[in-house]
Design a protein around this ligand. Sequence first.
Ligand code: MN
Ligand code: MN
Length: 273
Amino acid sequence: MSENSESNSPAISVVGIPFDDNSSFMFGTAQAPNAIREALNSHSSNLTAENEIDIGELNRWSDLGDLNIDDAYTAFKEIQSHTAKILAQQSKIITLGGDHSITFPVVKAHAEVYSDLNILHIDAHPDLYDSLDGNRHSHASPFARIMEKDLAKRLVQVGIRTINAHQREQADKYGVEVNEMKNGIPAKLKFDGPVYLSVDMDCLDPAFAPGVAHYEPGGMTIREVINIIHQFKGHLIGADIVEYNPTRDINGITAMASAKFLKEIIARMLAEL
Ligand code: MN
Ligand code: MN
């Protein structure tokens, strides 16, 4: 996709998706987008990322606000068509979830633009259930839907520490590259072509990120995730930050971690324009 400096649309669009209907354990991630914005704009920090790009100075990205979701039954269609509209304006998109189910319609729209999409998925969970509690759109299933529809040429997962027999079978079936937490963080992550990054906040150890529904101890540090955002080889073309749950947070520390990831993702994308 070529960048269009003539158009009025920003090079990067941030969109909140306040949708948590497909959560299996507790609700609350619908409140995340505004809490992440507040943390990003808090005077307790500044808007300069670690690559020294000040995202407050560069107006090549824009927060478009939250997507209006009228109806849970049509939510995925709305998310997909809104994403497609933004991509058609030659803008990259970063979405703030919401639960992880939103990644399926967002990736679906990307797959129509990028035929050779790679996905880098950072999470405690593989999210490969064919269905959970009878829900094929569960937040535990987005990557099963993505892979069965052949929307990505590679799915690389990092931080995984909950794989069970069913999801192992699914991973094998779809050729998912699962990097389990017990084996550490892969030193080099390298992709040919466009990379979509999906960050589930429960990838972090609950000690660093209490604001999630599913506590899975033995997780990543905030630094490890930031280093991946900075260092993976490939062209970052889209991203989501999902599963932040403000109702469980303590003093907004998980909001701040989400905002930090957002700032670093925006800055990497701006550096790659
Ligand atoms: Mn997830
Ligand atoms: Mn997860």
